[in-house]
Design a protein around this ligand. Structure first.
Ligand code: MN
Length: 432
């Protein structure tokens, strides 16, 4: 996907807050979400983030501003779930993006009519942006694999399949919720190292996972794989994704079939979905080093620029840290060994069908440097080396009252800064 007029860093919006150099949502972004007025009984409907406001799409449609090829996608983007928009595909998404860019530009004649269609994000609450039929969690960060492997199986060599295929397991869609969801510390079966038998009780090793979520666009029929060079046409966009994990449950239950209850009590997505088109300025080559095995042809794209240079961060608010968050993790999505397109192609290569609104988690994203570990399991070496917080507290794993906030953004010379907003959640005490 190439750059076009909607990426022009000089574009300004008549929505003043969209012109700030620090906003996540300049006119070059235009992410989609589902919202309503906070604590109201209004229907949830689709909107687009612009600066610190939301453009209410049903309200804008009612003013007749989408009467060209953008009409059908604008109607779909205003629905209570975005599955219909996701099903339309990249030509429709791009037509809508261009029209939104024209409507929100400084000087647009529609500005006066559309001012009444704005709601401050501070006055909104969000729903899941789509009905999620299936959720799949990948494991695509080489550095996460090495770091987590050292904790769970210190003597084991790196997984022999990691650089040949994007490893994944089928996750649980019912417990994916939108940012702001809290959860009670999960109960589960754990076995302490060396103990003769397991115990049942609250997890002592609740963790976050710094991931991105990939929302599937048009699906494929069962038995008809999606080719690697077509795969991005089946990706609607990307969100923040926290795949909360109970590491002690995970360590005991995962052999031989992988995580189960350790990961299905909650996963959190950010409300805004940033389209692949908005991310075009941040494309870079999939990382491959001399000595890496050759990528098999069915996973090898003609254009290797399928990775994205996106900064990732995780911030912690503890019960006693008040409004001053402390940064726990920082890395970059460009380190991800497998591209989103490779995940889609691999997912379908045996005949599995994907549907609009299916969700793929990228797996925890970690980088090669200290501080670039994307979860506490890695940062604290499985609890052996607690993380020192700037307020004097320490953390091996999350404690009751901890709120975790994920952020991500792309930033480079010659392009507008494209952000993802935030994805937050709070750990509550275990139920008695
Ligand atoms: Mn995960």
């Amino acid at each position: 996907m190439t750059l076009n007029a909607t990426h022009d860093p000089k574009l300004q919006s008549w929505v003043e807050s969209a012109n700030s150099s620090t906003t996540d949502f300049p006119i070059q972004n235009l992410p989609h979400g589902v919202f309503r007025r906070k604590a109201s009984s209004e229907s949830f409907r689709g909107g687009v983030a612009i600066g610190d406001m939301i453009l209410d799409l049903p309200a804008a449609c009612a003013r007749g501003v989408f009467s060209d090829v953008s009409g059908e996608p604008a109607e779909a983007a205003g629905a209570a779930t975005l599955n219909g928009l996701m099903a339309l595909g990249p030509v429709a998404w791009s037509a809508l993006r261009l029209r939104l860019s024209q409507l929100l530009r400084t000087g647009a004649v529609e500005a006066d009519a559309l001012r009444a269609c704005l709601l401050p994000q501070a006055e909104a609450e969000y729903a899941l942006p789509a009905r999620i039929g299936d959720y799949t969690d990948f494991f695509t960060s080489y550095h996460h694999m090495v770091n987590a492997g050292r904790v769970f199986q210190p003597d084991a060599p790196p997984l022999p399949n990691f650089k040949w295929l994007p490893i994944a397991y089928h996750g649980r869609a019912s417990s994916v919720e939108v940012s702001g969801a809290s959860f009670h510390r999960p109960l589960g079966q754990t076995r302490a190292p060396g103990a003769a038998k397991p115990v049942f009780g609250p997890s002592r090793r609740v963790d976050y996972e710094m991931e991105l979520g990939c929302w599937v666009g048009p699906g494929n029929r069962r038995g008809e794989p999606i080719a690697i060079d077509d795969a991005e046409n089946h990706i609607f966009g990307v969100c923040l994704f926290n795949d909360w994990s109970a590491r002690d449950v995970q360590g005991w239950e995962s052999m031989p079939l992988g995580p189960f209850l350790a990961k299905n009590f909650l996963s959190t997505v950010s409300p805004w979905i940033v389209t692949l088109e908005a991310l075009a300025p941040f494309r870079c080559a999939i990382p491959r080093e001399a000595g890496d095995p050759p990528t098999l042809p069915h996973l090898n794209p003609a254009d290797p620029n399928q990775a994205f240079d996106l900064q990732l961060e995780v911030w912690l608010h503890t019960a006693s840290s008040g409004d001053t968050p402390m940064r726990l993790s920082r890395s970059n999505f460009r380190h991800c060994y497998w591209s989103l397109a490779q995940m889609v192609a691999h997912h379908t290569e045996g005949g599995c069908n994907l549907n609009p609104g299916d969700l793929l988690g990228t797996g925890t994203q970690s980088g090669p440097q200290p501080g670039e570990q994307g979860c506490l399991l890695e940062l604290s070496l499985g609890g052996r080396q607690p993380v020192q917080l700037t307020n004097g507290e320490t953390r091996s794993f999350l404690e009751d009252g901890d709120t975790v906030v994920l952020r991500a953004w792309g930033e480079k010379a010659g392009a507008a800064r494209i952000g993802f907003g935030e994805c937050s959640g709070t750990v509550l005490p275990a139920r008695p």
